[in-house]
Ligand binder design. Structure first.
Ligand code: HEC
Length: 184
């Protein structure tokens, strides 16, 4: 088979691969960033205190289920007598943080991922070595801790490769057929 007749196939494969790579490389923290900007940034900055506390390092200060409860309804946590929450509430002049009951745990996890990726940390061990996987977790889509999120992308990738395989096999069969019939 001549190059010219195969060109559209290569273009198709290229487009499919490009599409796959783009969808795989979109960092999951993006969703968290969007929610953070629209619903939290009015009161919170990641690295400095504004109306609310700076949120850098929140994942180390508080367990994830506490964060989720607090974001869903901070007043419920405070009224429940949680000493940390009560002290924080007093420190922030009893400004109540609005409830966000509609955010799912994975939304909140996304926000925390975004906070982690944008936090400027003081300790030298955190800042000195450049570790791209910390800043952009999705650039290593197949690392173990992100693997869970990539079930769909993975299935898609496999599909693309199967398709490419099928196309290549088809091309091969056609060229053999042509040779056998004496046209190739
Ligand atoms: C109207 C302002 C406001 C908005 C909007 C807001 N917060 Fe808050 N947040 C506060 C204040 C004030 C506090 C301090 C505790 C208090 O006063 O209840 C706080 C505390 C927190 C804490 C505990 C911080 C720590 O250092 O322990 C977390 C976590 C938090 N907010 C997350 C969020 C997230 C996530 C969003 C967006 C979905 C959000 N907040 C939106 C005002 C706000």
């Amino acid at each position: 088979m001549k190059y010219n007749t195969m060109k559209p196939i290569f273009i198709l494969i290229f487009l499919m691969l490009a599409n796959t790579i783009c969808s795989v490389a979109a960092p999951p923290a993006d969703a968290g960033k969007i929610i953070f900007s629209s619903r939290c940034a009015g009161c919170h900055n990641i690295n400095k205190v504004v109306t609310g506390p700076a949120l850098a390092g929140i994942d180390q200060r508080r367990p994830m289920d506490w964060i989720i409860k607090f974001v869903h309804s901070s007043q419920t946590v405070i009224k429940g007598g949680d000493p940390y929450a009560v002290a924080l509430y007093d420190k922030f002049n009893k400004i109540p943080m609005p409830d966000h009951p509609d955010l799912t745990s994975s939304d909140i996890n996304g926000i925390i991922d975004y906070i982690k990726s944008s936090a400027i940390t003081g300790s030298a061990s955190e800042t000195a070595p450049f570790r791209p996987e910390k800043i952009h977790p999705a650039y290593l889509p197949l690392s173990l801790n992100t693997l869970n999120n990539w079930g769909f992308a993975g299935a898609y990738l496999i599909l693309v490769f199967l398709l490419i395989g099928a196309l290549l096999a088809l091309v091969k069969v056609k060229s053999i057929q042509r040779k056998m019939s004496g046209k190739g």
